[in-house]
Design a protein around this ligand. Structure first.
Ligand code: PAF
Length: 277
């Protein structure tokens, strides 16, 4: 397993070898990342995992400070999933000077999480564009749990004619329904116990849509009723959005994401489910 911390080093290692599959991560790897790696491995090629906690996508310094990397643990995880290389740069390697150039994906970035996390998707799109420039992947893997991030990246790649195929990978859940996330480790036992209500709420909304209601408000109310039974949750948003544009919908007449962000204490959880009429 190759581990490279420099841009020149990873470029040298990859030079000319094709195809390259990239799994971008911020470390603290779990089986959600494992599913991205397994999909990359299945599709073949040189599988590279980037591990970089990207400072410019954090809207809150305290949130950034809570992300710590245990490279030897993550390396063992990547090895177990058959990865070939890790690119794990320091912040100074990625940003030797404060960046003056950013990738802004307007529209999609402004809804849902974008309303509450100013600059977040600009930071994500910028670092992913940099990672693409550095590793030159033929394919890159992103989880559907971060559906808005996935939509932002897909749009960036389309708009900027980046020669990379974006491969979406379904959300991995605990047996009780909680979507895997690095943030779950920070939940206190009681918070962890109630956390699956977020997914149950989204499923309740989806059931309404499956039963034929075309009014998103009816479905949202069903989800709100579930969350109201868990007073620990502080809901940031609970919305039904167009799966392509992420804009709120007035009627259900195409694929939508039922999406929510909610806080348990100081841990922010997000989740979504897809509904296609
Ligand atoms: O989803 C993540 O872990 C990050 O947002 C990403 C895509 C690695 C960019 O920093």
């Amino acid at each position: 397993m190759i581990v490279e911390a420099t841009i020149a080093g990873i470029r040298r290692r990859l030079g000319g070898r094709r195809p390259v599959a990239l799994v971008p991560t911020m470390g603290a790897l779990h089986e959600g990342h494992g599913a991205l790696m397994d999909a990359a491995r299945r599709d073949g090629g040189i599988c590279v995992v980037s591990i970089f906690v990207n400072p410019i996508q954090f809207d809150r310094p305290d949130d950034y400070a809570k992300y710590t990397i245990d490279l030897s643990r993550d390396k063992a995880f990547c090895e177990a999933h058959g990865m070939d290389a890790i690119f794990a740069p320091a912040p100074e390697e990625m940003y030797p000077q404060p960046p003056a150039t950013f990738v802004e994906v307007s529209g999609i970035s402004e809804h849902l999480c974008g309303r509450f996390r100013p600059g977040h998707f600009r930071g994500v799109a910028t670092v992913v564009a940099k990672l693409f420039q550095i590793t030159g992947p033929d394919r890159a893997y992103f989880g559907e749990k971060d559906a808005q991030q996935l939509a932002v990246i897909e749009r960036m790649v389309a708009d900027l004619n980046m020669p990379v195929a974006i491969v979406p990978v379904p959300t991995v859940r605990e047996p009780d329904g909680l979507a895997l996330s690095s943030r779950n480790r920070r939940l206190a036992p009681e918070q962890r116990r109630v956390a699956p209500a977020l997914y149950r709420a989204l499923e309740a909304a989806k059931r309404q849509l499956e039963q034929g209601t075309s009014d998103p408000r009816v479905a949202v109310q069903a989800a709100e009723a579930v969350l109201a039974s868990v007073p620990e949750f502080r809901v940031e948003y609970l919305e039904i959005a167009c799966a392509a544009s992420m804009a709120p919908v007035e009627r259900i007449d195409g694929p939508v994401r039922i999406a929510a962000a909610a806080w348990l204490g100081d841990v922010r959880l997000i989740d979504n489910v897809l509904f296609t009429p």
